[in-house]
Structures are given as C-alpha cells and as structure tokens.
Design a protein around this ligand. Sequence first.
Ligand code: AHG
Ligand code: MN
Ligand code: MN
Length: 363
Amino acid sequence: MLDGRTTLTQFIIEEQRRATGATGDFSGLLYDISTACKIISNAVSKGALAGMLGVHGEAGGSTNIQGETQKKLDVISNDVMIQSNIWSGHLAGMASEEMDDFIPIPPQYPHGKYLLVFDPLDGSSNIDANISVGTIFSILMCPNAGANATLEDFLQPGTEQVCAGFALYGPSTMLVLTTGNGVNAFTLDRDIGEFVLTHPNMTIPAETSEFAINASNERFWEPPIRRYVEECLAGKTGPRGRDFNMRWIASMVAEAYRILTRGGVFLYPLDEKTRSKGGRLRLLYEANPIGFIIEQAGGVAITGRGRVMDVMPGELHQRVPVIFGSKSEIERIAAYHQDYIDGKEPTTDSSPLFSTRSLFRTQ
Ligand code: AHG
Ligand code: MN
Ligand code: MN
C-alpha cells in the first residue's frame, strides 16, 4: 500500500536506531509534534465551515505579548501544540509566541530533558485570505533534565538546537525537519493520515535571481539593503547584469519553503521602523529554527551583523533581523553590510555611488 514510501513514523524509528544510546524520547516528541500539526492542518483547512476564521475574543480581538491581534486559529493552534506535548514526559518546558511566559510542565506529568519552543501559526495575518500559513518549532536540550525549566534554560543560541522544523499548511500540508543531518520534507497523505517522505535531502541552489522583501518599508531601510535591492531592480542594465524577480507572501514559512524548493532570498532586515524592538521576527521560534533548516539545506541565514544562530538571546520573545536563502546572494548581502559598517559605503540615498547604481536616477 505504501509502495516503498517512507512514513514519518518509519523515518523517525530508523533515525532512532542509528543514534547510539537513543531512549526513544526524542522520537516520541517528534511524533507528538507531528500529530499536533495534523490537528492544526485540519482546523486550518476547515476554515469558515467550522467558524475558524477571524479574530479571537470580543470587540476587535485579544492581543499577545507582541501587541499583535490574535486570530482564532493562533489561539487554537497554540492550544493544540500545548495539549499535544505537555503530558508526554519528554519535555521540561515549552515556550510559545502566543504566551507571555514559558509554559511549565504541571507536577502531575513526568518531566523530560527537552525544551520545545514554537510559533503555533506563522503568517496568521493571512489566514482569512486563504494564504499558506504554518507552525514553526525548535527543540533544545534542557540544561537541567527532568527538572522544571527556568527562563534561563530557554536562552540558548540557535547553534544549540537539536532539531528544528515547520509544518506548512498550503495546497499540500508539508512537514520539514532537520536534526542537524540535512533537511527532509514529508507530505501529509490524508488518505492514510501519515506524513510521507517526499523530499529527501533538500538543498537550496547557491545561485538565485529571486528575492522577497516587504518593499513598503523601503523608506526605513539601511543603506546595505537599499544597495542590494536597487541593484536587483536595475536588472540586466545594472551592476548585476541580470533581471531579478520578486515575491512577498508575508508568511515566512511559505517563503522558506519556496526557497528550499527553488532558491531565493528572504529579507526582514533591521530598519528604522523596528530598530527599537531589535527587528520584526522573533529569534527563538522563528529565526533560529528557520536558520537551522536553511543552513542544513546549504543556504545561509544572517542578521546583517552575523549568523542568526550565533545570537545570544536575552529574552524569550527577542526579535532579530533575518536575511536568509541562497548562499551566494546572502554572502553578497553580508558583504554589503560589512562595507557599510567599515564606512566603505555611502550612508545616504543621495550619494553619487547610489545614483550611478540606480536605474531610476533622474540625470
Ligand atoms: P506571525 O503571523 O507569527 O506574527 O508572523 C508573521 C511574520 C512572518 O511570517 C512574515 O514574514 C512577516 O511577519 C510579515 O510581515 P509584514 O506584515 O511586514 O508583511
Ligand atoms: Mn510568526
Ligand atoms: Mn504566529
């Protein structure tokens, strides 16, 4: 019936057999997360039929600690992730975009050695428009295995992640996983209720001519971002000598998946609009897991000032600038930031250097 196909369950068990000393805890945790993603996938796909759309709460809706309006599906997905994982004994604690503080494991359940950090529904501002959204997660080791986690336990750099993944609720529901040994993606086969390995060893092409940025923020951008985008827009007649294409879904999971399948660049850089907050996207449950996956697929993920996964978190909901994708383009963007930091680049729009580069120069 499976015609030689590998289910996620089989994949997890085979990985466990390869890992010496594996207790099965990690396999159990992954299995519970995948069950949660199936439940969320069902809720997302039912949409208006099951009253799933719109904001959560009365009059204009509730807001989370980030000050963002919560959608019904943000709250439902958050509950599903918590209820699917809290009882298992694999975890010492959890943290979620939708919860102010980390989530302790109640005393009636055993405490495990892992920490689970997640964005229950990424891109949820798109949900009523039926655009792809997803669940992002990151797994860390708890320094005090078997005890109640403390806030400090969660504040580990992305390099410490033992696993990262995301589910994408699009035309197909996908589960993308890394445990530090490449990236594999599974498609949900609804007939059998299982994720099936369909995209083994995903690799991101090093070269690309496609980028994604919210261009409505242009007036807030720093010079290295202006320089990069202006050069892309200049196309064949500019310094890059070729035309570029642009995409912006405003759903990072969907952009990450597109980049995994055909290359590209995603930018949510530091800008004047978000500088005081440190950036737009959150380090622990957005930037780090996506950064880990992108690197494992041969791509690069930076803040503009260094590698995303090297950032030492100071708080649970810390934000960072995020730029990731095809290696050669991200290295170029990193070099433009370095030029700027070293004072090798002009700091204003009106500089002669920019003018010579811009297709839109007026003289
Ligand atoms: P979330 O829905 O979890 O709050 O995250 C949304 C993020 C990310 O998915 C996306 O890239 C970005 O916000 C969209 O930003 P804009 O609203 O600036 O387009
Ligand atoms: Mn998000
Ligand atoms: Mn979210």
